[in-house]
Design a protein around this ligand. Structure first.
Ligand code: SF4
Length: 119
């Protein structure tokens, strides 16, 4: 069965909560790219990050990389250096998934409230 959410189209078996894609890797914008393109160094990382800009599972990817302390490569639009800095800045975060999911939900609700006021 196919379920359409506000952020992605996925199967019901892969969604644990509305909008959160469990098997995000299968839907990543990079799924057809050469994996070596995301595991580059220096300025090439900025090029690699552009692949993530329009990715529908960017939040899921970033949360997974942060929660699992992935040390190398571009994940969720962030380099390993950027992720390390974020982890250092927010050492008390127990679950990046929970944090980012809540932030996204709040953002979506704020957007729909604004749409109602305009419409
Ligand atoms: S956010 Fe970037 S690295 Fe993660 S799945 Fe999407 S394209 Fe791939």
């Amino acid at each position: 069965m196919t379920v359409t959410t506000s952020t992605a189209v996925t199967t019901s078996s892969t969604v644990t909560e509305p909008g959160w894609v469990q098997d995000w890797a299968a839907q990543g914008a990079c799924r057809t790219s050469d994996p070596d393109e995301l595991f580059v160094q220096g300025a090439a990382q900025n090029r690699a990050k552009t692949v993530c800009l329009g990715c529908v599972v960017r939040t899921e990817c970033l949360a997974d990389a942060l929660d699992h302390r992935v040390e190398f490569g571009v994940w969720g639009g962030m380099t390993e250096r950027e992720r390390r800095a974020l982890l250092k800045k927010r050492p008390n975060v127990q679950s990046w998934r929970r944090l980012l999911e809540a932030a996204r939900t709040e953002h979506e609700l704020a957007g729909s409230d604004a749409d109602r006021r305009v419409g």
